[in-house]
Design a protein around this ligand. Sequence first.
Ligand SMILES: Cc1ncc(COP(=O)(O)O)c(C=O)c1O
Length: 415
Amino acid sequence: MDIFVSRESVVRSYCRIWPVVFDRASGSWLYDERGRGYLDFFTGAGALNYGHNNPALKRPLLDYLGCDRLVHSLDMYTTAKREFLTAFDEVILQPRQLDYRVQFPGPGGANAVEAALKLARKVTGRTGIITFTNAFHGMTLGALSVTGNAFHRGGAGVPLGHATPMPFDQSLGGQVPDFLWLDRLLSDGGSGLDKPAAAIVETVQGEGGINVARPEWLRGLAGLCRRHDVLLIVDDVQMGCGRTGPFFSFESAGITPDIVCLSKSISGYGFPMALALIRADLDIWGPGEHNGTFRGFNPALVTATAALRTYWEDDTLEHATMARDRRIAAAGTALAESVPGTSLQVRGRGMAYGLAFPDGELAGKVSSAAFELGLLAETAGPRGQVVKLLPPLTITDSDLDQGLSLLAKAVCTVC
Ligand SMILES: Cc1ncc(COP(=O)(O)O)c(C=O)c1O
């Protein structure tokens, strides 16, 4: 591993918690260069909802590349983009009666967030953004300004402004009625809060530690935004593409955001790709006003189209995810009961679950013990106190059970 240590920046992080050299991957498994297998409950931080090298996506990709089809094209028209937009329209937007324009920003989640924030400001002529405690939206300066984590914010090196944090659902323990404070600030001309352009929210905070917003809280937020003429941005970068069950994580709350950010699993294959979905009447960009070299990367569009056609033309995957939600919840509850002194909390939705420990040290030890046993599960939350479980949505029941039992073993070893 010398070359990594001597040449790669010290900013590297995942390799520190999983200090092996990975080489191959298939389905729910990664293999290191010595051939040892690791069950993947990390899935590229949510970028591999359909597992590694999924054959239903790999086949069209190899066909595409094998015929010298176009790889790089910025935002030119291509056949791959036409097929993707057609599939996205037919399979995702029309059945949900959603009339979004699709913007291809740069390839990462933060690019989608930056595009959403810029557009919200352009449309409204206002600058402020409402954010929520423990939010995570990415590392670029705009995305960082709406992110909660102090360590990451500290890396900005400049003041992060034009964002006002509000309590996320349940963070005041139900002692204050939802949105009492925010409603008061927005309604009172003397509050000192300039009318914001938008509110940005994750329906389930992933990096924040699997904090699940209740549907009624999300509906309350959507209603508040509507009443005060504030745009609602849902950042579905990590929880979209079926992670919580339906394709969009906000569907179960019955809300329709003005702008939606997607990335991570939208390409389906782990390729960089991001989208900003824009309510049609808000699409007032000038041509090229927001651009970037790596937009609409064709191999990603090919695998994204295959993922939509394979998994979203019916509700089989969504139902399977909800069934596995119950399976993970039951295993987590049994696990929490088996270590009564630890005040272990289990929370999640769909196939995004967290085991919340009292402190980050314990959670870190569980993650390390899981790794020793052959299971990848990272930690999240402001103190790293939550062991985060994001198994592939396509995992087999036996692999899921094996992963859950390795996790139980890791918890028992540590606790
Ligand atoms: C909700 C959310 N938004 C934005 C991002 C940033 O995405 P990227 O790291 O691809 O820029 C992430 C990354 O974890 C995320 O979870």
